[in-house]
Design a protein around this ligand. Structure first.
Ligand code: NAG
Ligand code: NAG
Ligand code: NAG
Ligand code: NAG
Ligand code: NAG
Length: 352
């Protein structure tokens, strides 16, 4: 269940990202006209989006509006991490949103990190007409949202060694084994395994055939980015438009589990932060971002990864990652891409 926190990071990133396609994009600068057709290769450069200007000029690449600027009625005008919302004076502006947890300060309902929370007398509180509804963000940091039937309520979370009935009751990186919240030890090379998550993925191991083995990275080869054939590159790689070389664009098996590492949940807990499913990862005002920024950004750069350094996406991924991490960490755009590719399917299943 704690996995959903990580997935929400990916959802947010993926909303603003275009997955690297095999075909090369046509990068457009600010104010150039663009085509929003699905099959079009037109891609507005970072910091802009393709929008219909209301004066009849058609679709052009327009810069995002910054925080505080007036916006609306069309959506998608605000810089990622800001939303077009009514301010205290009833004027629509690009505002920060979804950053305050239960008990934290707010001025608008939209400041609160979940839909169930309302800004009541300057503090985010669970609305009396609502329940925590599967979202731990509606509970205190040391509670989880339990929904045994149609009713949901916040219950204390259990730490290592405490008795449990399900994994959900145990804090982030613990599993409920023999009714005790337990930290699982990862298996070493050659150990018998059933799934890759049991092997020491931190050291590149996975479970290909019943034993933990080292994953061998496919060799980089050259390719033709204009070709529509999808099998020019080895599995997990695709052709880069910048230099006609195959680079990793999806997660290698052991890396899958790096992203589900639950250190972030532990960091949030240690710092007294509850984490909502859909919190605004771009906002620097949330408790978890204030305390765990390093982890939120670092777990991407940890990936042993030699991806596309030059944007095959007109610099968009790099721009979003930069917004997310405030330039504190150098992260290649491709790491974000691989996150998206690997999680999008899971997210879709999860949400439907
Ligand atoms: C794009 O158009 C806007 C508004 O007309 C103008 O302020 C801006 O400087 C233009 N940008 C470029 C790169 O031409
Ligand atoms: C762009 O917006 C204008 C007015 O808002 C509308 O009349 C026009 O049909 C739109 N153009 C396209 C291509 O959607
Ligand atoms: C609780 O939610 C309902 C429905 O969304 C809303 O009408 C009501 O104003 C909320 N209560 C508070 C105190 O904000
Ligand atoms: C399968 O397991 C054997 C050891 O039993 C190992 O030598 C072999 O490399 C494994 N295959 C793969 C694809 O890792
Ligand atoms: C790919 O197509 C573009 C535009 O059609 C062309 O300029 C470029 O040289 C081609 N690249 C290769 C490697 O064929």
């Amino acid at each position: 269940m704690k996995l959903i926190y990580f997935i929400s990071l990916f959802i947010l990133i993926s909303i603003y990202s275009s997955v690297n396609a095999q075909l090369c994009p046509n990068c457009l600068k600010e104010n150039e006209s663009c085509n929003i057709d699905k099959n079009s290769l037109d891609t507005c450069e970072s910091g802009t989006s393709c929008r219909n200007i209301s004066n009849g000029g058609g679709y052009i690449c327009i810069s995002y509006l910054e925080e505080g600027e007036k916006c609306g009625p069309e959506t998608g005008q605000c810089i990622p991490g800001k939303r077009c919302l009514e301010d205290v004076n009833g004027i629509y502006r690009c505002l920060d949103y979804s950053f305050s947890n239960v008990g934290e300060e707010c001025t608008l309902d939209s400041d609160c990190s979940t839909y169930e929370l309302n800004c009541i007398k300057g503090v985010c509180k669970l609305n009396a007409t609502k329940t925590c509804l599967y979202d731990d963000g509606n509970c205190q940091y040391d509670e989880y949202c339990s929904c045994p039937s149609t009713d949901c309520y916040c219950k204390p979370i259990k730490t290592e060694g405490e008795s449990c009935n399900t994994d959900q009751e145990c804090l982030g990186n613990l599993d409920c084994i023999l009714s005790i919240c337990t930290k699982l030890k990862l298996l070493t090379i050659g150990s018998i395994c059933r799934k890759s998550s049991e092997c020491d993925y931190n050291n590149g191991l996975y479970c290909p055939n019943g034993t933990c083995q080292e994953f061998v990275e496919p060799k980089s080869t050259s390719c033709n980015p204009n070709s529509t054939s999808t099998n020019q590159c080895p599995e997990f790689q695709s052709c880069s438009c910048s230099d006609g070389t195959c680079y990793q664009t999806s997660v290698y098996p052991p890396q899958t589990y790096l992203f589900t590492k639950k250190d972030l949940v532990q960091c949030a807990y240690d710092n007294g932060c509850s984490v909502a499913y859909d919190f605004n990862v771009f906002s620097s005002k949330s408790c978890v971002k204030k305390n765990c920024r390093k982890l939120m950004c670092e777990f991407r750069s940890q990936t042993p990864f030699k991806g596309k350094q030059k944007g095959d996406d007109c610099g968009r991924e790099a721009y979003f990652i930069d917004l997310l991490c405030n330039s504190s960490f150098k992260i290649t755009q491709s790491i974000a891409s691989l996150l998206i590719i690997s999680f999008i399917s899971f997210v879709l299943i999860f949400q439907n």
